[in-house]
Design a binder for this molecule. Structure first.
Ligand SMILES: NC(=O)c1ccc[n+]([C@@H]2O[C@H](COP(=O)([O-])OP(=O)(O)OC[C@H]3O[C@@H](n4cnc5c(N)ncnc54)[C@H](O)[C@@H]3O)[C@@H](O)[C@H]2O)c1
Length: 334
């Protein structure tokens, strides 16, 4: 059995931590928040999942001491929101600990650098890494913590490591884990589907029908795949769990915070108002990167541009979505 440290003690850290503990591993969770650590150690629950009845396995404990957490295990699972990944990695670097295996469970693209999460880990820690992987795919923490059947993917260029990490997480009762070598495609799919999820929520809020939503998801995936190919990803990846699978779950479930944000935007809320209420809208960050990359690589991404104009140029959602219909007619696979 292995020891694994999870950076973060939020919803996703909780779901993955419980799965690892169910598999017999020892799990340390780190959070900068005393209240979250107390929830794990004393109440045996995850504060961010307070609405669900949880009794964490004994093998999970938590600390606010980053050195204690980082030195505890050879595997470090990153599960803090994307905007904290760089700063947390810089704190880990400052500890000057031995090289570890890092697995990112965080989805996102860093605004302006346009790096994926494992690329940030590598950028900050460089040689202090002895393995790098991403865990991604269609997965709501709310279901995983209730041990509802879920399938995810471990992406790593290192096939031996991918096998090892796959075995750490795979649970034959409820958590099936696949492997893939295309880490770029897997991470891009996981990050960019959040953009489409916000648009999907806007459509729901504006009472578009199922036909329109199916078209938007399909065309959204075509955009993601067009950009991903130019960034070095394998096109097939976008039609697997980390692309289409994650897109479906995020665009159709009220558990998705990106979808929920879209519904609020349709009702007139601004991004600033939604973020002030404490909600993380990772699609709102990913759209900035997608907008920059689309311009840099001269790739057509009308759905991305539509959301960008709504969120950052003050355009109204209803008008922007309508304008998608007046674009030039074209072949589907252009
Ligand atoms: N929730 C899900 O269902 C789910 C599923 C798949 C992937 N993810 C990914 O996991 C990541 C985390 O999501 P989540 O739902 O667990 O978020 P969350 O809001 O539930 O938890 C985030 C956690 O980050 C930590 N944190 C808070 N402030 C911090 C700071 N200043 N510095 C460092 N850490 C801080 C805390 O432990 C906090 O609980 C996201 O990138 C998301 O895309 C989430």
């Amino acid at each position: 059995m292995a020891k694994i440290t999870i950076l973060g003690a939020g919803a996703w850290a909780g779901g993955l931590g419980q799965t690892l503990a169910d598999n017999g591993h020892d799990v340390c969770m780190w959070s900068p928040l005393e209240s979250e650590v107390a929830s794990v150690n004393t109440e045996r629950t995850i504060a961010k999942l307070a609405q669900i009845n949880i009794d964490l396995p004994e093998k999970i404990w938590a600390t606010t001491d980053l050195r204690e957490a980082a030195e505890y295990a050879p595997y470090i699972l990153v599960a803090v929101p994307s905007q904290f990944v760089r700063s947390v990695m810089e704190q880990v670097k400052a500890l000057d600990i031995e090289a570890k295996i890092y697995i990112s469970a965080t989805k996102g693209i860093e605004p302006h650098t346009n790096l994926t999460m494992t690329e940030i880990v590598k950028d900050v820690l460089g040689e202090r890494i002895c393995g790098l992987a991403a865990l991604t795919g269609p997965s709501h923490a709310e279901e995983v913590i209730q041990r509802k059947v879920t399938s995810v993917v471990i992406a790593s260029k290192d096939d031996t490591l991918a096998h090892v990490v796959q075995a750490l997480f795979n649970n034959t009762e409820y958590f099936r884990v696949y492997r893939i070598s295309d880490i770029k495609g897997a991470e891009l799919g996981g990050a960019l589907k959040n953009v489409i999820a916000v648009v999907s929520g806007i459509m729901y809020g504006l009472e578009y029908g199922d036909n329109a939503k199916a078209a938007m998801m399909t065309r959204g995936l075509a955009e993601i795949s067009r950009l991903g190919r130019l960034l070095g990803a394998q096109p097939d990846t976008f039609f697997g769990l980390t692309g289409m699978g994650d897109l479906i779950v995020t665009c159709t479930s009220m558990f998705s915070r990106n979808f929920q944000a879209g519904v609020k935007i349709a009702k007139g809320a601004t991004l600033a108002e939604i973020e002030r209420s404490g909600a993380t809208v990772e699609g709102a960050k990913a759209v900035v990167s997608a907008h920059e990359l689309a311009s840099k690589y001269e790739v057509e991404m009308p759905i991305v541009e539509t959301l960008y104009r709504i969120l950052y140029e003050g355009q109204t959602a209803k008008e922007q979505l309508s304008s998608l219909l007046s674009r030039n007619m074209k072949a589907e696979n252009d």
